[in-house]
Design a protein around this ligand. Structure first.
Ligand code: UDP
Length: 328
């Protein structure tokens, strides 16, 4: 199998590429390196290209006889999506539609798509299943939901088969210690907590302590990036085995508040996290926890990392060894 991985130089992409390589597949990474890191691609071919560049995409698909795509290349920050919706609609919607055009023109009809828990918005029940109402509270979630709906239409009309994976909060790093989370600027909770306790920032701002949760801070479901990556491996295998288009939640099913994450990080590192309480971040739902039974049952997915301290420990190892990320 020759697989094109867009955004394969990014955080989740690079971890997934490594897992796909282990299956014996040929992986071609396609990444514009705006947020991705060349150094995160260790063994696979890396094509520097944009998902809007139809010619380069077509050449890549033809040159490497690509038969399926795993599509990570997207913007994914809730806060920025509210401030700069144009960027998000352009990249996540128009860019993905362009990729789909090129795929269909070249007869590539299998796709694993990065979606998000943000498609649900403020859930009615604490445990979210795939059937829960989708009412995104931020632009990022809306762009992903638009693409899920478009893919459902393309599936019916053009024979595209896709599996959309709705990620909850990806975190942690590969045990090998040579790839990990490195966003510029960093906005995600766990890396920011670890940077704060290393003294690399002025401290952590807790975005709101007046949510209807046990300690007033937001609850999220944190899932190790390799467990997330493994779900892509299983999803792709399912598509090759004739599985039809489908959608799955990907999370551990356990929610942790921001304060619980800080406490877990302090226990793992033995350090203190300097912290202040700040205003709520626009677009943040109070609680997002995954019901992920469907992917366990259908695809046999089994997360290996279920303990939050164990997950944070893998991130801590990466941060200690790479205090400046890939640049260091
Ligand atoms: N968060 C926070 N301070 C920060 C970054 C994040 O309090 O500096 C909170 C944020 O409001 C959310 C949770 O941590 O409730 C996880 O945020 P993150 O940006 O990591 O992921 P998201 O849930 O937005 O995908």
């Amino acid at each position: 199998m020759n697989i094109l991985v867009t955004g394969g130089a990014g955080y989740i992409g690079s971890h997934t590429v490594r897992l796909l390589e282990k299956t014996g597949s040929r992986v071609i990474v396609y990444d514009n390196l705006v947020t991705g890191h060349q150094a995160a691609v260790k063994n696979s071919v890396l094509i520097k290209g944009d998902i809007f560049d139809s010619e380069r995409l077509t050449d890549t698909i033809k040159c490497y006889s690509i038969s399926s795509v795993v599509h990570f290349a997207a913007y994914s920050l809730v806060g920025v999506s509210m401030a700069k919706p144009q960027d998000y609609y352009h990249n996540n919607v128009a860019g993905t539609l362009n990729l789909l055009d090129v795929m269909l023109e070249n007869g590539v009809k299998k796709l694993v798509f990065s979606s998000t828990a943000a498609v649900y918005g403020e859930p009615e029940k604490s445990l979210i299943t795939e059937e829960s109402i989708k009412n995104p509270t931020n632009v990022y979630g809306r762009t992903k939901l638009i693409m899920e709906n478009a893919m459902a239409d393309y599936s019916r009309a053009y024979g595209l088969t896709y599996i959309a994976l709705r990620y909850f909060n990806a975190c942690g790093a590969d045990a090998a210690g040579d790839i990990g989370e490195d966003h510029q600027p960093e906005t995600h909770l766990i890396p920011l907590v670890l940077k704060a306790c290393q003294g690399k920032t002025k401290g952590l701002s807790i975005f709101g302590e007046d949510y209807p949760t046990k300690d007033g801070t937001c609850v999220r479901d944190y899932i190790h990036v390799n467990d997330l990556g493994q779900a892509h491996v299983l999803a792709l295998a399912a598509l090759y085995n004739g599985h039809g288009s489908d959608v799955y939640n990907l999370g551990n099913g356990n929610g942790f508040t921001v304060r619980e994450i800080i406490a877990a990080a302090e226990a793992v590192t033995g350090l203190t996290v300097p912290q202040t309480v700040a205003a709520r971040r626009v677009g943040d739902p109070a609680v997002l926890v995954a019901g992920a039974d469907k992917i366990r049952q259908d695809l046999g997915w089994q997360p290996r990392y279920t303990d939050i301290k164990q997950i944070i420990a893998t991130a801590w190892r990466w941060h200690q060894a790479h205090p400046d990320g890939f640049a260091g």
